[in-house]
Design a protein. Sequence first.
Lengths: 340, 537
Amino acid sequence: MERTDRRTDPRRLDNQPYDESLEVVDSEEVASVSSPTPRGQRQSFSRRSREGRGLMSANSSSDEFEEDQKPQRTKEPIGRQPGASPNEEEEEEEEDEEEEDDDSDEDDTDDDDEPGQAPEGAYDPADYANLPVSTEVKELFQYITRYTPQSIELDHSLKPFIPDFIPAVGDIDAFLKVPRPDGVTDALGLLALDEPSVKQSDPTVLSLWLSEETKQHGATELKKVTSVASPQSIPRAVDSWVESISALHRSKPAASVHYGRAMPDIDSLMQEWPGELEELLGRLQLPPARLNCSLMQYVDLVCALLDVPVHSNRIQSLHLLFNLYLEFRDSQHFTRRTQT
Amino acid sequence: MILSRVKPAVGVETQVSISEKKKNQTKVPRLEEYLQQRDYLGALTLLEFQRNVGEKEEHADLWIGYCSFHLGDYKKAMEEYKSLTMKPDCPVDVWVYLACVLFFLGLYKDAEEAASKAPTSPLQNRLLFHLAHKFNDEKRLMGFHQNLEDVTEDQLSLASIHYMRSHYQEAIDIYKRLLLQNRDFLALKVYVALCYYKLDYYDVSQEVLAVYLQSIPDSTIALNLKACNHFRLYNGKAAEAELKNLIDISSCSFEFAKELIRHNLVVFRGGEGALQVLPPLIDVIPEARLNLVIYYLRQDDVQEAFNLIQDLVPTTPQEYILKGVVNAALGQEIGSRDHLKIAQQFFQLVGGSASECDTIPGRQCMASCFFLLRQFEDVLIYLNSVKGYFYNDDTFNFNYAQAKAALGNYKEAEEVFLLIQSEKIKNDYVYLSWLARCYVMNQKGRLAWELYLKMGTSSDSFSLLQLIANDCYKMGQFYYAAKAFDALEKLDPESNYWEGKRGACVGIFQLILANKESKETLKEVLPLLRNSGKPPG
């Protein structure tokens, strides 16, 4: 069925330009120059190209279809003239037309959903033939069949199915891998997948730790300082950094500070006060932080009370002061005493 | 020692492990400890620290290369090996290592050049084998294939080529054979699971994968595959949960497969963030381009989808399908027969292939192919075979209803048309006109007329009127035929609709006489006749 469609159908188109082209002589001259011989031989194929059929109907596999289609539509009128004499062609044409009529009917039944036979439920004047009406009215009824409704072809539109998104699983280990330099087999990709563990050390933390551990300070300058682009969205990154750095600091001995001027050592500062002072302190209140004085003055006051000398730089004095405090706080002797 | 490597390091944060080491042993950890935990970042930090301090491990450069390679930091590995090759005492094997690294960087030409400087070795042969595959050089591929020996690495390399060429069953056969010989090669389970995934056997894939995850629960590749299986078996939410789990257990400095994870998060979230994430991943992850095309198609940006895919030479069914879909969409949008022709060919190719003919996408392809050919009986055969999967799918229903209507099955067509929810489709003239026809053919002229009333004035509404007028006339629904002809007459006084209108009015008269239409209707009909410019017949 398809084949007959293809063969006969297009001829109708071929014929049209031929019918219309009156200046046969001229066009023959042109054609003999411009169109190579194979075209004449391929006439019957070339005729297939035809516009106006339903999209690509009836062409499921023909190569010629594709080849012919584009170039020929333009050249057609001239291209196909060399060869057969007009008379022969005309005879053919007549035959063709007959065939074509038959086929185009069949065509319609194929392409259209409304074939020759009426669809179910269509108007049928016979249903009303027996109405008890006057002849006048019956004549009036003939107006109904006098108009033949047009068959209107509707377009189709294929909504292409859009595939699902496609997840990526990656490829399989191809065993194009670098072996261990010491020649030991690592069995990567065999016993376990050749992939890094999800737990990777943080290079910054690790190198800080290494330099601490080996006392090789300065050997590794901080190569890179990582920054977290949007801390609010990944608090985990910040937390883990803080956590690991404080772990690192806990493992370190306290940093020593070189004072600008000589300072008494902690032990001497921790000596007992004279008995009178001790007694006095028991009765008096220490100057509270609310005292109406500047911070500087308050610092001087407290340092003086605790025998911490204040030179030009109060920071160093405060450092000593807090060290003293830490020493008391961490001293087991004193903690036990306060508890009891 | 080897077995301990398989042992998972569950839930132990790196930082904690450092302080633990600190407590237990104050001395610096050895390289071997990091390697065994596959903590390559730790190993690299140690190696570089030692290099800076001056106490060098033997072959430190090679170790740095090794660690960078297995970390997936191929750029760093390349730099390391390149600088090694500059040195006079460079071991010859470095060339093949460099070639491997270049291969993973996608620098295939450079990889081949580097490999050619290396002495012959099984690794070199495997690499050239894979390069021949990349270059599509079948002849050389066969040559290197013959050099492969019956040893584990070579066989696994061969299996991976099978996988790359979509010969999954062949790959599975190799893995199963090797697994019989070496029961403890657990990684092979994951490879088998990957093959089953590609074969669409997601539950089988899941089963095989579970064996590996039981022993190594925090494997990135395995967890990602599990997420993908969940995506196919359940939905994006289930898949995302699996991936979230992976992100939570991995430390912040973990970079491996980050692109893959970002890519898949977009997929699992139904395309969310596609425009930010996917473009830089194009040609890095093969699926990224396809997913971006799918994203554009979903946004109805057909032209952009076409731009992305037009130069892609399809090799996998997914690529053929997508090229077909894009060409079909574009061809219809701009009315190009060439695009439709390509679409139809690709659909036919996929739908007719042995591997896809029984898959849902394969059936959809055949249906689309026949739709483009306007062979609606065949369209229906294929659509019927998969309709259970698409009950509420507007796209499917639109095509399905059109096919039914085209074959004159107006009753079912109407039902299916009415299932469609998408406003875009419902405003499409193809939808409106076919639904109107179904209404009329099902003796529901009033509903068709209402469709017309709801439309704004346009050339489409004019066409719809003609459809209603003529189809109603044909079906003996003269009242709406008369109304439609009357409206046509008003819109287009030049043309002659008189005959149709007159016939329709007489038709109404006849219906009234036959007691099929109420007498009241006559009151409406008379003004219609009077309105006409033509003299009443």
